[in-house]
Write a protein that binds this ligand. Structure first.
Ligand SMILES: Cc1cc2nc3c(=O)[nH]c(=O)nc-3n(C[C@H](O)[C@H](O)[C@H](O)COP(=O)(O)O)c2cc1C
Length: 196
């Protein structure tokens, strides 16, 4: 790759673009951080090439949905151990439960993924015993399209507008690290090479 700021930005966007397409890609399920200091894995569903929008699907009932709401800070950490590239991103998050983006994301979701949203208790709710909180008849199969629609009310998207990107590649010679900052996706990146 090109060791220029443009080359590094393109590298990050390409990696995330590839990560969307394959569950085997090491960046397919990055670590997502919230303002309360908590972290969790989420599957990356969409990434625009300019990083103005990363999309994740989630349950509206989850604590992070309330915490992020409309503008909470979100961090995203992805690592490819083969390429030894780490991407650290931060930005403004937004949870959308209705509207064209959430509708399109729901339509695009597989029935097997839609099943999660049929859970009778939201993520983090206390249960009587171990289990998935799914209706008994749904434990060993995907829902039909009709059955899945019950889950739509619990479904939301998390959208992240990336405002900082820290790109690091470790090499045998030490490594290379670049930092990019912008106020919003409408602004140009301010870029700098920094010590790894
Ligand atoms: C491999 C893997 C993929 C996951 N993907 C998602 C996801 O795409 N969206 C999501 O909300 N939670 C996902 N989870 C569950 C979260 O890590 C987390 O446990 C859950 O969202 C709980 O919500 P909270 O973070 O609000 O407490 C995934 C977990 C694993 C292990």
């Amino acid at each position: 790759m090109d060791l220029t700021f443009a080359g590094v930005l393109a590298d990050a966007a390409t990696r995330l673009g590839e990560a969307l397409k394959s569950a085997r890609h090491p960046m397919h399920a990055p670590v997502i951080g919230t303002a309360d200091g908590d972290l969790r894995i989420m599957v990356l569903r969409e990434a625009t090439p300019d990083l103005s929008c990363l999309r994740f699907n989630t349950d509206w009932r989850s604590p992070k949905a309330r915490l992020i709401a409309n503008g909470g800070p979100v961090s995203v950490l992805a690592y490819d151990p083969t390429a030894r590239v780490q991407l650290r991103m931060q930005g403004q998050g937004r949870i959308e439960r209705t509207g064209p983006i959430a509708d399109a994301a729901w339509s695009a979701a597989q029935l097997s993924s839609k099943r999660c949203y049929l859970a009778t208790s939201g993520p983090g709710a206390v249960l009587d015993g171990p289990g998935a909180a799914l209706p008994e008849h749904m434990l060993n199969r995907s829902p039909t399209a009709d059955e899945a629609e019950q889950g739509r009310q619990n479904f939301a998207v998390l959208l992240v507008e990336v405002q900082t990107l820290d790109w690091l590649q470790l090499t045998h010679h030490g490594g290379v690290r670049a930092r990019f900052v912008r106020f919003s996706a409408a602004d140009d990146w301010q870029a700098a090479w920094v010590a790894p």
